[in-house]
Design a protein around this ligand. Structure first.
Ligand SMILES: Cc1cc2nc3c(=O)[nH]c(=O)nc-3n(C[C@H](O)[C@H](O)[C@H](O)COP(=O)(O)OP(=O)(O)OC[C@H]3O[C@@H](n4cnc5c(N)ncnc54)[C@H](O)[C@@H]3O)c2cc1C
Length: 327
């Protein structure tokens, strides 16, 4: 591991300035992803800007919804009474992620910005355009069991690994960020990028922008929800496919639907067409199946992940049934 400086600023401006002035400085929060990347030679910051002294831990509710500070721990958020009452989908997704020990260290901001688990990204002996632009994508013709079926490019077929982000994409969340020019709000579904020709960029954030908080609006679909995670082990395993489903209904008619998938694309994959299809229709297994088929249009598998073409629609239908209470 390279030598690096370590600072722990107490002011937001000082933290942002540190990254603005130094192109090789990085924020660190819980460190559960960044330290792994440093140990494996995938990140080599010359300065670590520890943001844990910043006052970004609060969880608050107002008329518009829930605001969760970027430094709130995954375990604190999952156990918070207000979050459990207002946003059970987020709680389910958080509890499906990593392990108890990791959730005690992992922060909300760090979870959103964790990097892919593609094995070609993690092995510095293998080609990876995300790690080393221009070196090629080892996964394209390699072992691609965990990889994307939507939105990939010929430069990268990696998937985004965060469970919690799938729920936030479904819940119409926004992210509040601050940079040298001030604050801005980004719709969660716009935050992460598809790989295109620049797979090294995971999000639309500038490198000196700090996530301050996540806003989740209080909407009628927040209560009939289900997070389904298909994985190799019941704990401590990333999603093969996951589905965050949220429904509002009135006399058995779906008045609003929100659905997002994980493990299938370079970003949390929102199923807008399927949502539109469901709105105004009765709650029924047949409608959930049709929505799932619609959501799969345009999916394409590689050598080892064709199973996702079946697992994904089955998971969508199952998550919707569970959210509607007809499972
Ligand atoms: C063995 C293992 C299994 C796991 N399984 C799962 C799983 O099943 N599901 C899942 O979702 N996750 C899983 N994880 C990932 C884990 O959830 C993340 O490592 C964790 O959420 C990252 O949060 P952190 O605070 O430790 O981030 P850090 O490691 O501190 O930071 C991660 C990145 O975010 C940046 N960053 C952090 N905070 C901010 C901020 N406020 N503003 C701007 N940039 C910021 C850092 O610069 C860094 O680039 C697993 C991790 C491990 C090690």
């Amino acid at each position: 591991m390279n030598q690096f400086q370590y600072i722990q600023p107490a002011k937001q401006k000082a933290a942002i300035d540190a990254l603005t002035k130094d192109a090789k400085a990085m924020f660190i929060a819980g460190g559960t992803n960044l330290l792994d990347l440093m140990k494996r030679g995938l990140a080599a910051p010359e300065k670590l800007v520890d943001i844990n002294k910043l006052p970004l831990k609060k969880i608050e509710f107002n008329n518009n919804g829930l605001r969760i500070g970027a430094l709130a721990l995954n375990s604190e958020v999952a156990q918070d009474k207000l979050v459990r009452e207002k946003q059970p989908l987020l709680v389910q997704a958080l509890e499906a992620g990593a392990s108890g020990q990791l959730r005690n260290m992992a922060t909300m901001g760090g979870n959103i910005l964790q990097r892919t688990r593609c094995p070609y990204f993690y092995d510095i002996a293998l080609p990876c355009n995300k790690r080393e632009p221009g070196s090629g994508c080892g996964a394209l013709a390699g072992f691609n069991r965990m990889h994307a079926i939507f939105g990939f490019s010929d430069k990268c077929i990696a998937v985004h690994p965060s469970d919690m982000s799938v729920a936030l994409a479904a819940l119409d969340a926004t992210v509040v960020v601050a940079g040298p020019q001030g604050e801005r709000q980004i719709l969660f579904t716009d935050l992460h990028r598809l790989p295109g020709d620049q797979p090294e960029k995971d999000t639309i954030l500038e490198r000196n922008e700090l996530i301050l908080a996540i806003d989740i609006p209080d909407k009628p679909f927040a209560q009939k929800v289900h997070y389904l995670k298909a994985r190799d082990r019941a704990s401590y395993a990333f999603a093969l496919v996951s589905v965050a489903a949220a429904l509002a209904t009135d006399k058995n008619i779906i008045t609003a639907a929100r659905i997002a998938m994980g493990g299938v694309a370079h970003k949390p994959w929102r199923l807008f067409e399927a949502e539109k299809f469901l709105e105004g229709k009765p709650v029924s297994e047949a409608n959930f199946r049709s929505a799932a088929e619609l959501a799969m249009q345009g999916a394409k598998a590689f050598n080892h992940n064709a199973y996702k073409l079946k697992l994904a629609p089955n998971s969508i239908a199952a998550a919707l049934k569970a959210a509607a209470g007809i499972a």
